[in-house]
Design a binder for this molecule. Structure first.
Ligand SMILES: O=C(O)C(=O)C[C@]1(C(=O)O)C=C[C@@H](O)C=C1
Length: 92
């Protein structure tokens, strides 16, 4: 394939990634609302470690485990900011 073909593939994959991230964010917002009701902390490092272990386990490569974890550290950082009640985007 030519570069243009690979870029088209990347554009299509990005559409799927954005949809999945949006779905994941909606789940995180729902969890955030439940946490707010029960006055539970937003940041749960033990749960985040489980998520890291899980995504590293299912990672088929070529990304390394450390690279996958880097991506998930950023993803969960964004999820936490979305869960904060003061954030109007959390209600979307
Ligand atoms: O599982 C939770 O408790 C969540 O709030 C979701 C989530 C995540 O995005 O996976 C976000 C923040 C927490 O620190 C842990 C995990």
């Amino acid at each position: 394939m030519e570069i243009a073909d690979w870029r088209k593939k990347i554009d299509q994959l990005d559409e799927q990634i954005v949809l999945l991230l949006s779905e994941r964010a909606a789940a995180a917002v729902a969890i955030g609302q439940l946490k707010q009701k029960s006055a539970s902390p937003i940041y749960e490092p033990q749960r985040e470690q489980i998520v890291f272990d899980h995504v590293r386990k299912v990672n088929p490569g070529p990304l390394t485990g450390a690279q996958i974890q880097d991506l998930y550290e950023r993803i969960m950082d964004v999820m936490r900011s979305l869960q904060r009640p003061a954030n109007p985007d959390a209600k979307a």
